[in-house]
Ligand binder design. Structure first.
Ligand code: ZN
Ligand code: ZN
Length: 243
């Protein structure tokens, strides 16, 4: 069966060759970007904030010192740890935007594969995966939630169940696109709710989204999940905006 699927995929790929979403060259394998463009993705490495995952220059005074960025020292987030795989830039944007707004749902698997390694530790410590939800009106318009598509793939790899109907976006809000940090916080305040809170009581949650911009959305989700009884909330996103 595996060989048949491989042959079938090869035939489909020959008739309808896929293009790299960054440089538009034709791909010989199933995926979203070519090997050249994969190397252009700016992977986030250490040192980075142990809470929000922000990479920054830092010199350890001692190895036991917890590394926190100035933002997390000043105003800690409600989630326990956030990790992003790559920086949000002109390259990663060309994978995210077609998935988000261009019906390129096949990119979710590629994105999830990249996220798999980055999130292994927090996934091991999690009981459930929860995608950041979108409101029903946006769901009807877009037909899918990109965070759910990514969560589906991660669930198979990490072997952790996804809870789709526990965290709900109960209010429709304008897109966060051009809002300031303060406006983003206000925009998501009170828009999420939890159903069947007994399912998450005392459990650790791995929250999934495509991009971490200011962290306002995932922070609000973590706040609501913890209020409903969740023990720890971890955040895993594909890209991270660096100011
Ligand atoms: Zn390319
Ligand atoms: Zn931080």
């Amino acid at each position: 069966m595996v060989i048949l699927k491989y042959l079938w995929d090869s035939v489909i790929n020959f008739i309808f060759p896929q293009q790299c979403c960054i440089c538009k060259s034709y791909l010989c394998m199933d995926g979203a970007v070519c090997a050249n463009c994969l190397a252009k993705l700016d992977f986030i490495s250490n040192p980075k904030c142990e809470c929000c995952g922000l990479p920054f220059e830092f010199k350890w005074k001692n190895a036991k010192q917890k590394l926190l960025c100035p933002n997390c020292i000043k105003k800690p987030y409600k989630f326990d740890k956030a990790i992003s795989s790559v920086k949000y830039n002109e390259f990663s944007k060309k994978i995210i935007l077609p998935l988000k707004h261009g019906d390129k749902t096949q990119y979710a698997k590629f994105i999830a594969n990249i996220m798999t390694m980055s999130g292994r530790d927090i996934a091991t410590d999690s009981d459930f995966i929860i995608p950041v939800p979108i409101h029903l009106t946006r769901m009807l318009k877009r037909k899918y939630n990109q965070a759910s598509l990514i969560a589906n793939h991660l669930s198979k790899v990490y072997k952790k169940p996804v809870l789709y109907s526990t965290l709900i976006r109960s209010k429709s809000t304008p897109s966060q696109g051009h809002l300031s940090e303060r406006e983003r916080k206000q925009n998501v305040s009170g828009v999420f709710s939890v159903k069947h809170s007994e399912r998450i009581k005392g459990k650790n949650i791995l929250l999934i989204d495509d991009v971490f911009t200011t962290g306002a959305t995932v922070n609000e989700c973590a706040k609501i999940l913890k209020k409903a009884g969740a023990n720890k909330v971890f955040v895993l996103t594909f890209a991270r905006a660096i100011k």
